[in-house]
Structures are given as structure tokens and as C-alpha cells.
Design a protein around this ligand. Structure first.
Ligand SMILES: O=C(O)[C@H](O)[C@@H](O)[C@H](O)[C@H](O)COP(=O)(O)O
Length: 249
């Protein structure tokens, strides 16, 4: 288990700039080492700012975008064109801008391709297995105010999914209700795990997750209450925070 590194930035924009710069560096380093890096993107508000910064900084980076594979840690099971799709925002702000080849962008199927969220979860797991079963260079995760990560929510049965790379989530407390999420097992297959968290509304969740992980309060938070403690970085865990989200540390 890697001890988390905590970075506190002035605001969401500074946080996003730091994440973007760090990601571009990791991609260049991975490619220089002969790897084709796989990255798991997140949804959520801060991701939108991060994607814009990646696209902005990419122009002056040495990343070969034809040698990067993009995935999502979770996705909403909705129509292709829905504004609720994490992939739609990422394509518009980042992937289409830097020119990642279509075959390297691995979207979770939509309601147009699969009849049920279970079918979509199965198809996404098959796509992951066809590409080595995960093994992400970087997994990026947002954090909910309830300390959920991806679409793994406190008290939800999806938390107990084992021996699977994906899980179909119904009755998500965060709309829309149907989602596909990577499981803890799939999320854990990473070199680096980055939490991207901005805003006062997340401060308690950050404190609970980090207390649970470091055992600062003596107790170890239960993953069913604090899903964010359910995964750590293989070689590195970084919490990219802003002053507001770090305000209870
Ligand atoms: O698809 C999703 O909804 C996300 O992946 C989810 O895990 C998100 O990252 C957090 O809920 C934070 O979202 P906000 O930054 O919008 O609060």
C-alpha cells in the first residue's frame, strides 16, 4: 500500500493544471519506457476542468497520442448523445482536441448498444480483458460528498462485487440511476491512483477517507461507509486537493 501524497492547490483551476502537467509527464515517461499507457478517466465537475487543462498543455508536450489508451472508471448508462455521458465531455474537451485515435478510446456501451446495464458492464469487462485486463498507468477518481468513488456508493451492493472487473449499478443515489463502474479489483490494477477533489462540499469526505487510510483516528474506515478507502495506488497514491476540499485536514 503506497502512503498517499497530498497536494493542496489554491483552487480548482490550479488543481487541474497540476493534474494535467503530471499526467502529461507520466505519459511521456511511460512511452519512453516502451509502454503504451492506459489511463482511466473520471467523470464529475473537476474532470471537466482537468480535461480542458490537459488539452491546453498537450500542445507543448511530447506525448504521442497514438500510443495512449483511454478508459473510464465509471460511466452512466444513458443514450450516446446524453450530456450525462462522461465520455462526451472528455471527447469534446480533450480526446478529440489532442487526436486520440478512435480505436484507443474505450467507451462503456450506451443504451443504443446494450439493452441492459448488466450487458453494458459485461461488454466493458470483455473489452478490458481484450486489452490485458486493466493495468492502468494512472487511474483518476473524483470523490463524492459521501466519499463514493467511480459509481461505488456507500452501502450499495456493488461494493461487494468480487472476481469481476466491472459492475452494473442500479439505483445510484447520484443521478442518473444506472451506471457501469470498475470494481475495486479493477481500480486497484494501477501504477498510480490519483484522487481529484475540489470544493468545500468534499472536505468532510476527504478527511474521512484520509483518516481511514492513515488510521489517524485509530479506527480503519469501513469501505462500505467510505468507499474511497477501498483502493490505493500500486506504486503511488496522490490526492490533488484545493484549499476548500482540504479544509478539514
Ligand atoms: O460519473 C460520475 O458521477 C463520477 O465518476 C463520480 O464518481 C464523480 O467523480 C464524483 O461524484 C464527483 O463528482 P463531482 O465532482 O461532480 O461532485
Amino acid at each position: 500500500m503506497s502512503t498517499p501524497r497530498i497536494e493542496v492547490h489554491d483552487d480548482d483551476r490550479a488543481l487541474a493544471t497540476a493534474v494535467a502537467g503530471e499526467l502529461l509527464t507520466r505519459l511521456v515517461d511511460a512511452q519512453a519506457a516502451g509502454r503504451v499507457p492506459h489511463v482511466a478517466l473520471t467523470g464529475g465537475t473537476i474532470a471537466e476542468v482537468v480535461h480542458g487543462e490537459i488539452a491546453r498543455l498537450a500542445a507543448s508536450s511530447e506525448v504521442d497520442w497514438t500510443r495512449v489508451e483511454l478508459w473510464w472508471g465509471d460511466e452512466r448508462f444513458v443514450e450516446p448523445g446524453s450530456p450525462d455521458r462522461n465520455a462526451g465531455q472528455a471527447r469534446a474537451a480533450f480526446l478529440d482536441v489532442v487526436g486520440v485515435p478512435a480505436e484507443h478510446v474505450h467507451e462503456v456501451p450506451t443504451t443504443a448498444e446494450c439493452g441492459t446495464v448488466e450487458e453494458a458492464a459485461t461488454a466493458y469487462a470483455e473489452a478490458l480483458r481484450a486489452h490485458g485486463g486493466g493495468g492502468f498507468e494512472v487511474v483518476m477518481l473524483g470523490l463524492g460528498p459521501d466519499a463514493h468513488i467511480a459509481s461505488l456508493f456507500p452501502g450499495h451492493p456493488a461494493l461487494d462485487t468480487i472476481d469481476a472487473l466491472t459492475v452494473a449499478v442500479r439505483d445510484s443515489p447520484k443521478p442518473p440511476p444506472e451506471r457501469v463502474s470498475l470494481t475495486f479489483e479493477a481500480l486497484a490494477a494501477n501504477r498510480a491512483l490519483w484522487f481529484l477533489v475540489s470544493g468545500e462540499g468534499k472536505a468532510e469526505a476527504v478527511a474521512r477517507a484520509l483518516a481511514g487510510r492513515t488510521g489517524a483516528g485509530g479506527e480503519v474506515a469501513d469501505v462500505h461507509d467510505v468507499p474511497a478507502v477501498g483502493v490505493t495506488g500500486g506504486e503511488e497514491t496522490i490526492w490533488f486537493l484545493d484549499r476548500a476540499s482540504a479544509s478539514q485536514l
